[in-house]
Design a protein around this ligand. Structure first.
Ligand code: SAH
Length: 212
């Protein structure tokens, strides 16, 4: 069973390479991280398909292509060091970040998801991740600045706190919009923020306010 899953993760990496993902470290991370660990039993058979899947609480584990692409965009922009993820969810994107960056901080507003993700990453011996139950709109001020920020839920507009917490030369990748969402990349140079539109995307919303 385990051998099959290992082969499947490799198969998924090969599929994503054919879809255009180029960064070797990102592809190696996809081949290495068992995605089925992040998915409920009834859906595990779909773990290595290139699709988003429900993870409970009305949330989804992102499509592998988008996970790989967002990670690759940060790496191609030169980010290596300290990254912040908003929306831990299942923890799968977090695990891919843990394999491709030196240090990862991740914020999730639903406590049950955050605890589950924390256990999963510990079981995979990924110790360069620090997680917090909190509101991602606020970022993680005490750990700032971040070389990279990745947001995995769609905000109506780029959260100001995240811009403030980006290091000089830092890069943020985030889906922006409500119904019509665009993946955007924001590059910080001093107090100048340059925004590039990457592609249309579809994410669950970045919920404002209270945490659960
Ligand atoms: N990267 C995750 C994506 C999960 S979906 C994965 O692939 O599994 C997006 C996640 O963002 C959900 O878990 C949701 O609870 C979380 N989220 C939504 N609004 C948030 C907020 N304001 N702060 C932190 N997390 C938030």
């Amino acid at each position: 069973m385990l051998a099959n899953y290992t082969r499947s993760a490799h198969g998924l990496a090969e599929l994503l390479q054919r879809e255009g993902v180029e960064d070797k470290d990102v592809l190696a991370a996809i081949a290495d991280v068992p995605r089925h660990v992040f998915i409920d039993d009834v859906l595990k058979h779909k773990a290595y398909q290139n699709t988003a899947l429900p993870i409970g609480q009305g949330q989804t584990i992102s499509q592998p292509y988008i996970v790989a692409r967002m990670t690759e965009l940060l790496r191609l922009a030169g980010v290596r060091d300290k990254v912040l993820e908003i929306g831990t969810g299942s923890g799968y994107q977090t695990a891919i970040l843990a394999k491709t960056f030196t240090k990862v901080f991740s914020v999730e507003r639903i406590k049950a998801l955050q605890w589950q993700a924390k256990r999963r990453l510990q079981n995979l011996d990924l110790y360069n991740v620090t997680m917090k139950h909190g509101d991602g709109w606020q970022g993680w001020e005490s750990q700032a600045p971040f070389a990279g920020i990745i947001v995995t839920a769609a905000a109506s507009h780029v959260p100001q706190a995240l811009l403030d917490q980006l290091a000089d030369g830092g890069v943020m990748i985030a889906p922006i919009g409500n119904e019509d969402q665009q993946l955007v990349m924001v590059v910080r140079e001093g107090e100048k923020f340059t925004q590039h539109v990457i592609a249309p995307v579809r994410f669950v919303p970045l919920i404002p306010g209270d945490i659960e």
